[in-house]
Design a protein around this ligand. Structure first.
Ligand SMILES: Cc1cc2nc3c(=O)[nH]c(=O)nc-3n(C[C@H](O)[C@H](O)[C@H](O)COP(=O)(O)O)c2cc1C
Length: 359
């Protein structure tokens, strides 16, 4: 019996031990609004690695302070933040996992209350430590503050911030970087006509709306060199008629291939609410498959992939190249080991300390 899930995958110089990856998941566990990882991050990412995930993509990490979703987010705009991430990467490596990090700018959805902990919701006020947000156009996400439209100098600063953070990711020992181009954050805001009404070369046609993303990708590649894989997370659709479509995302994926992107991580939505999202088991897999086919780029599928055989089938039948398992890994960080037993894979990565439990 073959085990598609446990067939290693190679991207550039990186071989990843299996196809069950952990997607980025905000932990909102920075203590002093300083973007510095804490003991929670060490424990959390260490347990995902010990549980057998192939690659782990560290949560959305702000490339600039104003690019954080909330003040409790990780950051990578200074060297102290880099130095706090390095031991986490080392711990995950000791357990055989590859480590990635999602470099993010939250754009018009920055400066919000975290999901838990403050009791508040929506945009932070100045008194609460909020800041002015920025986006492609002065158009608010429903319920949030109106952002400032970025000018040419602001766009240059965004590109430089991604580049500098990517350099620090390399220095911290990460194996791959993922650019956050999904969920209604800055780069998705440029891609989507719902949030981008610019009349310059960054708005209008799809080519123009993709320009900032492609600039970021090129600049990051120049910084990280040829050996390190780069992923881009995209929303496969806005789920709205006048929003970004899966056909457009497939075209963006093809451009990203030409610009050396090694894998697409296909999620959906996040740029407008309410949107009619047909949530259910594997509901975003068809988007991943469509983008994979249109772009020719290896693709990860994500979204309610919670069962071992469901995951195995997605990879075995070529619907996607890897599966990213989010909340199920929060419920059970040992999901990859459980999946290995389910598909009768004989050689999962079991820590010697736990071997007796697996005989
Ligand atoms: C607690 C939590 C935090 C999340 N944070 C991020 C994030 O930082 N970046 C991102 O792209 N997606 C984020 N997501 C979305 C997940 O990466 C994933 O796409 C989503 O949970 C669907 O997969 P699942 O059904 O397997 O959980 C988050 C999801 C959860 C549950």
């Amino acid at each position: 019996m073959t085990h598609a899930l446990f067939t290693p995958i190679t991207l550039r110089d990186l071989e990843v031990r299996n196809r069950i990856w952990a997607p980025p998941m905000c932990q909102y566990s920075v203590h002093d609004r300083d973007g510095i990882a804490t003991s929670w991050h060490l424990m959390h990412y260490g347990s995902l690695a010990r549980g057998g995930a192939g690659a782990i993509i560290v949560e959305a990490t702000g490339v600039v302070p104003e690019g954080r979703i909330a003040p409790q987010d990780l950051g990578l705009w200074n060297d102290a933040q880099r130095d706090a991430l390095a031991p986490i990467v080392e711990l995950a490596h000791s357990q055989g996992a590859a480590m990635g990090i999602q470099l993010a700018h939250a754009g018009r959805k920055a400066s919000t209350h975290p999901e838990w902990g403050t009791g508040g919701s929506g945009s932070l006020t100045a008194d609460e430590g909020g800041w002015e947000t920025a986006g492609p156009s002065a158009l608010a996400f429903p319920g949030l503050d109106v952002p400032r439209a970025l000018d040419a100098a602001g766009l240059d600063e965004v590109v430089t911030a991604f580049t500098d953070s990517a350099r620090r990711a390399v220095e911290a020992g990460f194996d791959l970087v993922e650019i956050h181009g999904a969920h209604g954050y800055l780069l998705h805001e440029f891609l989507s006509p719902l949030s981008n009404q610019r009349e310059d070369e960054y708005g209008g046609s799809l080519e123009n709306r993709a320009r900032l993303l492609l600039r970021v990708v090129d600049a990051v590649r120049a910084e990280i060199g040829d050996a390190m894989p780069m992923l881009v997370r995209l929303s496969g659709t806005d789920w709205l008629e006048d929003g970004l479509t899966v056909q457009e995302v497939g075209q963006v994926g093809a451009w990203l291939r030409e610009h050396g992107v090694d894998m697409l991580d296909i999620s959906s939505g996040g740029n407008y609410t309410p949107a009619p999202i047909p949530v259910g088991p594997g509901y975003q897999v068809p988007l991943a498959t469509a983008v994979r086919t249109a772009s020719g780029v290896p693709t990860g599928a994500v979204g309610m992939i919670d069962e071992p055989f469901q995951a195995e089938q997605i990879v075995a039948t070529g619907l996607a190249d890897v599966v990213l398992v989010g909340r199920e890994l929060l419920r059970d960080p040992n999901f990859p080991l459980r999946a290995a037993r389910a598909v009768r894979y004989a050689e999962p990565h079991i820590p010697s300390q736990y071997a007796r439990a697996h005989r």
